[in-house]
Design a protein around this ligand. Structure first.
Ligand SMILES: Cc1cc2nc3c(=O)[nH]c(=O)nc-3n(C[C@H](O)[C@H](O)[C@H](O)COP(=O)(O)O)c2cc1C
Length: 191
């Protein structure tokens, strides 16, 4: 086996594609973000890494609230658009149907299958990005995207992203049950 050393970069595959929302100076703004991940199960906490120049960051610091909206693959063009134009120059407040939840200051996108409403609990400044740690206060989804009350990745038609080659992908087939499919190896590998 010969492995190539391909350099230290943030090669996490696949990355999620999210639309982070915040009110900036009283108006909703939405920014495409791949640096988003779960960091604590209970209470539910997530992180988003936002470039220090981005307009959305102003609102996240103003209100200490934000939303994470998961677009479907049908929304790929508008999702990309939110990642190529900045609220510094273009008003993105009218492009989606916006709704508010419990925090009343974390604008969410009605068209997205899944919405997380978050309260900022910590921020960490890195050389390029500010990382916002948010506690998820509530999550929202329409019936059509749920199975047994939980988000159904197939119904949501979730979008994923490969960073550095800059490509969007859809999700493939289900290949097994987590915390289960590996059980059959327990006895085999003991031998
Ligand atoms: C697929 C994709 C993923 C992106 N991921 C991030 C990210 O994780 N962090 C970041 O700071 N910018 C990211 N960007 C860039 C911002 O979305 C982009 O610069 C945007 O125009 C900033 O908007 P704003 O100034 O209105 O906040 C991404 C863009 C795209 C297209």
């Amino acid at each position: 086996m010969k492995k190539n050393e391909i350099g230290p970069r943030t090669f996490i595959y696949p990355m999620p594609v999210t639309l982070v929302g915040a009110n900036v100076n009283g108006k909703p703004n939405f920014t495409t973000i791949g640096y988003c991940g779960a960091i604590n199960h209970n209470p539910p906490m997530i992180s988003v890494g936002i470039n220090q120049k981005h307009y959305i960051r102003i609102g996240m610091n103003q209100n200490k609230t934000f939303s994470v909206n998961i677009p479907s693959s049908d929304m790929v063009k508008i999702t990309d658009y939110c990642g190529v134009v900045s609220g510094h120059k273009v008003d993105k407040s009218q492009i989606f149907e916006v709704f508010n939840g419990k925090l009343e200051n974390a604008p969410m996108i009605a068209e997205c299958p899944l919405n997380l409403e978050c309260k900022v609990v910590q921020t960490i400044l890195y050389p390029m990005q500010e990382v916002f740690i948010g506690e998820v206060i509530a999550a929202y989804a329409e019936d059509k995207f749920l199975t047994n009350g939980l988000p159904d990745i197939k119904k949501m038609k979730a979008l994923v992203f490969s960073m550095h080659d800059n490509n969007y992908w859809t999700i493939g087939e289900n290949i097994g049950k987590a915390w289960s499919i590996g059980n059959e190896l327990k006895d085999k590998l003991k031998e």
